[in-house]
Design a protein around this ligand. Structure first.
Ligand code: WT7
Length: 651
């Protein structure tokens, strides 16, 4: 057990809900009782808070592992996020408050946002994009990202958002897997003062994407060296977003979508080299996104909600766009880095816009800790009333720092466990109701059934084991796009009849969940999921590399960092330049988030007699620990030599 884990599990502090918060919280203990007594009734009542165009006939149809929620019901997600707020006092309320990294600012009311979404929907229709078509979105964090998603939802097109930090090749593979007919991108985005040339990457990707007929290009950099500087427009294929929208009408009829029609595909890493297209549908997903946003973030009309996640991740889908807008909330969106131009940028934003609810990741909190308390201390953070954490286990030290330095001891913290696959939050405290313990995501959200099992799949009440979900939930993934067999295999085969999340966990004597992290070959680097196989495939694609094994290594800020062990082909020379070249190669193949921190050249990799690389031992080496059991190795000398070599290199 690592030291960090030991601290986590010996944590004894308790934080009961502040009395004032509890007195007016939207969530109550009754919700748990209600869902306990009638799980489907609980979800059905939440679905009823949405606007439906036709009612459902059954709440759930479950033929394991396939679920249909609100069967036969019809609705449109954009209507729920926009139109229904236009008839009342929310019409002129800020829906999106946006700030670009260079400091440019925009506020869109619900009315403004609806008009833009309608225009974008009409523009897509003009290009021939139809219901059911897939549209790839590759944008920086600008309002157009939300507008593009909602415009797809309005016309029934399925969006596939690709994080702007992914490389051209990653974009290409995702476009091709989904057979997207259109791409929405921008001339660039800002990151630490630099322009990220998204359109150039897109052009590179599109060379091998025959399905894409049209590209809409948002001009993020108006006036910057003329239109063409960062975007060479290809006649017939490429269209400026602003021109199409100017020519489009501000009203677009929404498609009446079936509850089970696809809303989006979002790619995430798994244990093979190929990312999985996680499929989410309409009615159930929106029900869970909306309900969790309301109860977990206690959102009300006067709040300014800031979820710092990028729209390219599921957190951005559910808690920047769909959940908050379905609730008619005001969302803050920020384009850039937290340390640009200074390390207090986030706190400047909190103060300037009066943010009340703030949701971020432990990796960011650890960076803030390291940068020092003087940065938040310079700002008035008194509007904050609730804090959230997501993406990885939060170490108690970071939790306490967050509580004291940002929440000033006043704000409850919700540590929310969920996944791209779950669509919405699954394990979390309800603020005002549940006493929190630093480092624990506490208990399942009402209507969610989680159970701990041992390696044999036997249910255990408490202790350490594997996190499984035993009943379908509305926001669950429906399948993996184009590969239902992989869906069954990945999630439902390890423990038959149960959804296996891939996480190890501990349940304590109070029934609280402590998520310990992934138990498969998936790493969590700065809150991002990266499959070791993906990085290995990228490395062996390099002409000098024969074999590669990638493992996670504890990292102070990122939680985990990537360490790669590489054997070279005959004739290739070990040089410092090659190391850099390999890192660059991975960045080019996948994106900067997958760039290994360390590369170790090895003469051989430790393998079992059946030829399986023993990652566990490589991890011991990377962490500088004593080697674990080596008896199953084909040649124990290989790993001993590697350890010696590694330690001498380190020293
Ligand atoms: C994995 C899912 C959906 C949120 C963004 C990440 C880890 C997520 C927590 C948490 C401990 C967490 C798990 C999970 N994780 N939230 N509160 N405590 N671990 O989405 O990329 O699909 O990753 O992130 O390991 O399986 P994702």
């Amino acid at each position: 057990m690592t030291d960090q884990l030991a601290t986590l599990l010996s944590e004894q502090r308790r934080f009961p809900p502040p009395v004032g918060f509890a007195a007016r919280a939207l969530a109550t203990e009754k919700l748990y009782r209600k869902a306990q007594a009638d799980r489907l009734g609980f979800w059905e009542d939440e679905a009823k808070t949405l606007d439906w165009m036709a009612p459902w006939s059954r709440v759930l149809e479950w033929t394991s592992p396939h679920a249909k929620w609100f069967v036969g019901g019809k609705l449109n997600v954009s209507v729920n996020c926009l139109d229904r707020h236009l008839s009342g006092p929310r019409r002129n309320k800020a829906a999106l408050i946006w700030e670009g990294e260079p400091g440019d600012r925009r506020t869109l009311t619900y009315w403004d946002l609806a008009r833009e979404v309608n225009r974008a929907a009409n523009a897509l229709r003009t290009l021939g994009v139809k219901r059911g078509d897939r549209v790839a979105i590759y944008l920086p964090m600008i309002p157009e990202a939300a507008i593009a998603m909602l415009a797809c939802a309005r016309i029934g097109a399925v969006h596939s958002v690709v994080f702007g930090g992914f490389s051209a090749e990653s974009l290409r593979d995702r476009i091709n897997d989904a057979q997207a007919v259109a791409l929405i991108t921008a001339d660039g985005g800002y990151r630490r003062g630099q322009v990220v040339p998204l359109k150039r990457f897109a052009d590179e990707a599109l060379v091998e994407c025959p399905s894409v007929r049209h590209v809409m290009v948002v001009r993020r950099r108006p006036g910057a060296d003329g239109d063409e500087a960062f975007a060479e427009m290809k006649e017939g294929r490429d269209h400026w977003w602003h021109r199409l929208l100017a020519a489009a009408g501000p009203e677009a009829l929404p498609e009446a979508m079936d509850s089970e029609d696809l809303l989006f595909i979002l790619y995430t890493s798994g244990t093979t080299g190929k990312p999985k297209g996680i499929v989410h549908t309409t009615g159930g997903y929106l029900t869970q996104a909306a309900a969790t946003t309301k109860y977990v973030f206690d959102l009300r009309d006067e709040d300014v909600f800031w979820c710092t996640a990028d729209i390219g991740w599921v957190t951005g889908h559910s808690y920047v766009v769909y959940g908050p807008l379905a609730n008619g909330a005001t969302v803050l969106m920020y384009e850039g880095a937290p340390d640009w131009p200074e390390r207090d940028r986030f706190w400047t934003l909190v103060e300037r816009y009066g943010v009340t609810v703030f949701y971020t990741a432990p990796t960011a909190i650890r960076a803030f800790m390291k940068w020092g308390t003087e940065h938040p201390a310079r700002h008035n953070l008194s509007t904050l009333r609730l804090l959230g954490s997501v993406g990885e286990p939060i170490n108690p030290e970071a939790w306490i720092w967050y509580h004291e330095q940002i929440g000033k001891g006043r704000c409850p913290i919700v540590d929310t466990w969920w996944q791209t696959e779950t669509g919405g939050i699954m394990i979390t405290p309800l603020p005002g109701v549940v006493t929190t313990k630093p480092g624990s995501a506490t208990i399942p959200f009402p209507g969610v059934s989680a159970e701990l099992v041992d390696a044999k799949g036997q249910r255990i009440e408490k202790g350490g084991g594997f996190l499984t979900l035993t009943e379908p939930w509305p926001g669950m993934l429906r399948t993996i796009y184009g590969d239902d067999e992989r869906y069954r295999q990945t999630y439902w085969s390890r423990f038959p009849g149960r959804y296996f999340a891939g996480d190890g966990a501990k349940v304590d004597e109070d029934g609280y969940w402590w998520i310990l992290g992934r138990v498969d070959d998936v790493l969590n680097v700065a809150g991002h999921r990266i499959g070791t196989m993906e990085v290995e495939s990228a490395l062996v694609d390099h002409p000098s590399v024969a074999e590669a094994a990638v493992v996670g290594k504890t990292h102070e800020l990122k939680g985990q960092a990537l360490a790669a062990f590489v054997t070279l082909k005959e004739g290739a020379k070990v040089t410092a330049a090659l190391k850099d070249d390999l890192k660059e190669h991975v960045t080019k193949k996948i994106g900067a988030i997958a760039r290994p921190d360390d590369i170790y050249f090895a003469a051989d990799l430790p393998k079992t007699r059946s030829g399986k690389i023993m990652r566990r031992l490589l991890k011991d080496i990377a962490e500088g620990r004593a080697l674990g059991d080596t008896t199953t190795l084909a040649d124990p000398n290989v790993v001993a030599k590697l350890k010696d070599q590694y330690e001498s290199e380190e020293g």
